[in-house]
Design a protein around this ligand. Structure first.
Ligand code: SAM
Length: 200
């Protein structure tokens, strides 16, 4: 990842959501993007220029736009109409984004649009976050990486965040993933954890 004086940036054209520019690069704010927060907390986080990314929970394309500045292509799935409109605008300017208006709990509906991914990035505040990720494993290359941004409160508010986190890691491991690292995203995002896994 590219940083300028310790600030994470990406190299595309600016003006996507009013982001600041430094040295001609787009500032990637850790408070607005969990992937940026992950980089600030763990500098080994990287995106390679030849990577194909399947992105679940694209919203209005804030993080998608930065990811697209780094990688070869981003298949961006979003099911809410309003953010989808913004995502379409973002995708007009970045030809390596494929916007997909669909429900991530039903991957069979958009499977024909996808190619095998090097990275699956998931950021959906849903009860069954591990289950949604597992449904997409057939689209992840062997040795590919899943980055799951887990919102613990959406899974089960009766359980502690630590319990939800542990249960999720266990479910992912049972599905054939090796958890490489996991960390809480505080102080940038409360009650969110990043779980990074490799498909075996
Ligand atoms: C926290 S926001 C994502 C923010 C975005 N990743 C970013 O950093 O710019 C979660 C998004 O996931 C979408 N979402 C939730 N459940 C979904 C589902 N089943 N299928 C597709 N999108 C979903 C929501 O509509 C929302 O836009």
């Amino acid at each position: 990842m590219i940083s300028i004086d310790g600030t994470l940036v990406s190299a595309g054209e600016g003006g996507v959501y009013g982001e600041r520019m430094v040295g001609g690069h787009r500032v990637w704010d850790p408070y607005r993007s969990k992937l940026s927060a992950l980089w600030y907390l763990d500098k080994s986080t990287d995106l390679s220029s030849d990577a194909v990314v399947l992105y679940l929970g694209a919203a209005n394309g804030t993080t998608v736009s930065h990811v697209a500045d780094y990688v070869e292509s981003v298949y961006a799935v979003e099911f809410a109409p309003r953010p989808m409109q913004d995502l379409l605008m973002v995708a007009r300017k970045r030809k390596n984004i494929v916007p997909i208006f669909a429900d991530a709990t039903q991957p069979q509906r958009y499977a024909p649009l996808l190619e095998a991914a090097d990275i699956i990035y998931q950021d959906v505040a849903q009860p069954n976050q591990a289950g949604i990720a597992i449904k997409h494993l057939p689209f992840l290359k062997k040795g590919g990486v899943l980055i799951l941004m887990l919102k613990t409160r959406s899974v089960d508010i009766r359980k502690s965040p630590e319990e939800v986190f542990a249960d999720t890691c266990e479910e992912l491991s049972r599905a054939g993933l090796r958890v490489q690292k996991s960390l809480w995203l505080s102080p940038y995002h409360a009650d969110h954890a990043a779980i990074v896994c490799e498909r075996l």
